[in-house]
Design a protein around this ligand. Structure first.
Ligand code: NCD
Length: 480
């Protein structure tokens, strides 16, 4: 498939083949930087950064300048009509008529997707809240690939704020789809969000094991581990690794250690920053003396705070400034291929590390809404036009994944728009844990957040109202 006119909102928008093709183009461009001037002559890139940025914004803008294109930019939301209550959809429509490509960073999760839906031109997500940051992942993978020639079969450790780190989320998916094994170690209370774990285990062919579940206390180890994503060593084996080989797996060295800062701007008012900082993993000279880090690439998306000691900078294993340098050719390759000024076209291929799942979509103007306060679909200015949209990823219990921020919702009530024989007395709603969740055809399914809402839509309580969730221990027919 060609990359021309496409958007990059999540790392899953690119196949492995397309990522590799971008790497080859980036190699070519960095080897002949001066010859690239003119590749995007006459093209305009809009650079919309509604959150602080140094590397991402400047490397995108440098990339466009090196390609001979022009840049228009906004670096402060207060200077735009968003500050007057304008929706990002309206902004996207307008900017889409001025520019040829948009790069957007925004604090709301799913904002880049909305811009891509409305702009009519290619949109690149440069970070949407704590959700994803796919172009940072391209820089990270490109660095690993350049230093280790392959990603498949490598053992990569992801440390730090796994909960809010958008670079972590995109990188974890990418490593899974290239067949790497991932060792997760978070700061206390900063573990991977459930929706990321769920996606890793349902959409990729590896297996996620809680570390202590397999190895007991993990005594004798230098540092604690939350979980390991084990990639299938042979794709057809689907990660059938017994606990014993897992112990062996843990003993050999780490290929890359990727650490991130505490994302303090994403903490909730109830989070205690001081407590989160205590026991936060730190990478320093002493740690890197350990045998398992002998050949480890030390990576960081930057900016760093306290989690990566300056004394590591002189160590040949440190890669973080190289990651930043490589941001320019990677972003040049991406911009030129989305604009179609350099054709990148890769045949579609099956990826043995990715499981193809076709989830039913739930999209209605009423009913269940996303519960993530950081999601674009729940913001006052955006809720006027965004129809909540979900993928139904599970029926036991009924689990919806928001199409914008990907957080999961477990709604309590369901009904069918096609009630029995069309008789009003059969217009009933049921608990989402009842047999009806599977029985009702996806196109007829109505999902509600509350009894009041179901009743507001003319539904009366059915017999299975008590079965809100699969495991709530209530019997069929029991009312709450
Ligand atoms: C990251 C980001 O913005 O998410 N920075 C970057 O783009 N290089 C990581 C961070 O801010 O910690």
């Amino acid at each position: 498939m060609t990359l021309t006119k496409r958007s990059l909102v999540t790392i899953d928008d690119l196949s492995n083949g397309e990522i590799e093709a971008l790497f080859s183009l980036a190699d070519e461009m960095s080897d002949s930087m001066d010859e690239q001037f003119g590749v995007c002559r006459g093209k305009v890139m809009a650079s919309l950064f509604f959150e602080p940025s140094t590397r991402t914004r400047l490397s995108f803008e440098t990339a466009m300048h090196r390609l001979g294109g022009s840049v228009i930019s906004v670096a402060d939301a207060r200077a735009t009509s968003l500050a007057k209550g304008e929706s990002i959809a309206d902004m996207a429509r307008v900017v889409g008529s001025y520019a040829d490509v948009i790069v957007i960073r925004h604090p709301w999760e799913g904002a880049a997707r909305v811009v891509a839906d409305y702009a009519g031109i290619p949109v690149i997500n440069a970070g949407d809240g704590g959700h994803e940051h796919p172009t940072q992942t391209l820089c990270d993978l490109y660095t690993i690939k350049k230093e280790r020639q392959t990603i498949k079969g490598l053992k990569i450790a992801l440390w730090g704020d796994l909960k809010h780190g958008r670079t972590i989320h995109s990188l974890a998916y990418a490593l899974a789809k290239f067949g790497a094994t991932i060792h997760f170690r978070s700061g206390p209370g900063l573990e991977l969000p459930d929706y990321v774990k769920k996606k890793l285990t349902t959409e990729y062919t590896g297996r996620l094991e809680r570390y202590d579940a397999v190895t007991g206390t993990g005594k004798g180890r230098l540092f604690p581990l939350d979980a390991i994503y084990i990639t299938p060593s042979e794709p057809h084996q689907l990660a059938n690794i017994p606990a014993v080989s897992m112990q062996i797996e843990l003993k050999t060295g780490i290929d890359a250690l990727y650490v991130t800062r505490l994302q303090r701007e994403r903490l909730s008012p109830t989070d205690k920053e001081q407590e989160l900082k205590e026991n936060y993993p730190v990478v320093d000279k002493k740690l890197l003396k350990e045998k398992e880090f002998e050949r480890t690439l030390v990576m960081h998306p930057l900016p760093r705070v306290d989690e990566l000691a300056y004394e590591v900078d002189a160590d040949p294993r440190s890669m973080y400034f190289k990651q930043a340098v490589r941001g320019v050719p990677i972003r040049m390759a991406l911009i030129a291929s989305l604009l179609g000024t350099r054709e990148v076209s890769v045949p579609e291929e099956d990826n043995p590390f990715v499981r193809k799942v076709d989830y039913p979509v739930y999209r209605r103007g009423f009913g269940v809404r996303c519960t993530n306060p950081g999601c674009v679909s729940t913001q006052e200015s955006e809720a006027r036009y965004i129809k909540p949209e979900f993928k139904i990823v599970d029926y036991r219990p009924l689990t919806l994944r928001c199409a914008y921020c990907e957080h999961e919702v477990h709604p309590p009530y369901i009904a069918s728009s096609d009630w029995h024989e069309g008789k009003l007395e059969n217009k009933k709603y049921h608990g989402a844990g009842s047999q009806w969740a599977r029985r009702i055809k996806a196109e007829n399914l109505l999902i509600f957040d509350s009894e009041a809402e179901a009743e507001a839509h003319g539904f009366k309580p059915g017999h299975y109202i008590g079965q809100r969730h699969q495991d709530n221990g209530k019997k069929a027919g029991q009312r709450e």
